[in-house]
Design a protein around this ligand. Structure first.
Ligand code: GUN
Ligand code: FE
Length: 450
């Protein structure tokens, strides 16, 4: 591709808790779609570089009311649960899985259905500014390959796993791998397919080892996947200590918490992403941190299935990489901006407590809140770190994955008052009220896909 530059207001969050704003600066993109430099408006080179791109007709000039942000990163999505978004949230986790989710996921034996749903999902996530998504598919290899094709065609960066679940005691007959060896074989097949797929020469789509969670897998399956992990170095994703029931199930079966059990099978790697992790204790945190394993925080879903708020600040203090996830459809909203909002709001519930029948002292857990800047970091920089990818921040050698937020759209809930709002205020408003109508442009690897 031709090199190009975007001139405008840039906001990103290279450091947890801080944002960096560069008004009227120049973001240069090389022929591979990576950022080559970020030039501030007061840099002596600025005018010459701007003229260079203008001369080549390769300069995109944003208006004063537009902001260039890193693309949003969703570190936990169940692609097949898209048709279930916004419903069936009245049951606890295991009943929800058995009564609603497994029957829905079983339908992806039908490739036509898979194509319809996955196209709709990926289009919607891109429209909402999600440039990278870490997807659970289903147990079906063909449908999961189709999800990879759709991400390749629509231009999203994606990490995709064929779900593995072979434990007959926890999985219904109509929805489980035919056998342990078939589950492992098909995992290899997905790795080969994605690695060799047309248009994936730069590995924009990656295969992921995906044991659904410990209850749904036999020990044989978990150790088989651990072996594939050490052979291939592929990413790994699973659910970890999500609910009281799930956490207790693993204690009863393996005599320890999820983190230690997963580690014993070789599944706690630097490119492992553990969804939820609400019930991890101090020892689990030390272990997860020592393995450079990441956690996907899914604050909305946690209200329904975890019944506990993740103490985000404690994980950050333990040097655990943290990204945000929608957990579609355990979470009923596809927007990572909404996940930011929920992360902030739920942390306030944890810090201040929610039961007015208790004294404010008894209902509070001091110093646990996070703010919008910290949530924005998780949605961008933190997500990139969690996935071990050079995305999420505007730095040379990082991929140009970015979105434009237009704050001047009349038919939107996002209202900026230039005489009242600082740039940080504007970012806070974007996080809480930007909608897909405000997201006017989306790039992945330098290619505009919205
Ligand atoms: N644990 C096992 N499967 C699932 C799932 O699909 N969603 C959530 N939230 N938790 C799970
Ligand atoms: Fe999940």
């Amino acid at each position: 591709m031709d090199t190009f530059a975007v001139k405008g207001n840039l906001i990103h969050a290279p450091v947890f808790g801080e944002t960096e704003t560069k008004l009227g600066s120049l973001l240069e993109v090389d022929q591979d779609g990576n950022i080559s430099s970020v030039i501030s408006s007061d840099d002596p080179e600025f005018v010459a570089r701007e003229d260079y791109y203008r001369g080549k007709r390769n300069l995109l000039e944003l208006s004063d009311s537009e902001y260039l942000l890193p693309g949003l990163i969703d570190t936990h999505v169940h692609a097949p649960q898209w048709p279930q978004l916004g419903k069936a949230l009245h049951l606890p986790l295991n009943d929800w899985l058995q009564e609603y989710t497994f029957p829905l996921e079983a339908r992806y034996a039908d490739l036509g259905f898979a194509e319809r749903v996955y196209s709709s999902l990926v289009e919607t996530l891109i429209a909402n500014g999600t440039t990278t998504a870490l997807y659970f598919g289903t147990i079906h290899i063909e449908a999961t390959k189709r999800l990879a094709d759709i991400c390749l065609n629509l231009g999203q960066r994606a990490l995709i796993g064929k779900v593995v679940m072979d434990n007959p005691e926890q999985c219904p007959d109509f929805y489980k791998d035919h056998s342990t060896s078939v589950g492992l074989d098909e995992t290899y097949q997905l790795i080969d397919y994605v690695s060799g797929a047309n248009g994936n020469e730069n590995d924009r789509v990656l295969p992921v080892l995906t044991p659904r969670f410990i209850p749904s897998c036999t020990d044989e399956m978990l150790s088989g996947l651990g072996k594939i992990a050490s052979e291939t170095g592929c990413h790994i994703q699973t659910h970890c200590s999500e609910s009281d029931w799930q956490h207790r199930y693993v204690i009863e079966r393996h005599g320890c918490h999820d983190a230690k059990s997963l580690d014993s099978f070789g599944l706690l790697q630097p490119n492992t992403v553990l969804a939820h992790a609400n019930f991890i204790d101090d020892d689990d945190m030390k272990l997860i941190s020592s393995k450079s394993t990441a956690v996907a925080h899914c604050p909305l879903s946690n209200f329904y299935f975890s019944n506990a708020v993740l103490p985000v600040r404690k994980l950050i203090d333990s040097a655990i990489d943290l990204g945000l996830g929608t957990d579609i459809s355990g979470g009923f909203n596809p927007s990572i901006f909404n996940a930011c909002s929920m992360a902030v709001t739920s942390s306030r519930a944890l810090e201040e407590g929610v039961d007015a029948a208790l004294s404010s002292y008894d209902r509070s857990r001091p110093n646990t809140r996070i703010d919008f800047k910290e949530a924005f970091w998780m949605a961008t920089t933190g997500g990139g770190r969690a996935l071990d990818l050079k995305v999420g921040v505007f730095k040379p050698e990082y991929a140009m994955d970015a979105i434009v937020i237009d704050t001047s759209i009349e038919e939107s809930n996002l209202k900026v008052w230039k005489d009242l709002d600082s740039t940080e205020d504007i970012l806070q408003k974007i996080i809480h009220n930007a909608h897909r109508t405000n997201i006017t442009k989306v790039w992945v690897q330098g290619k505009q896909i919205k």
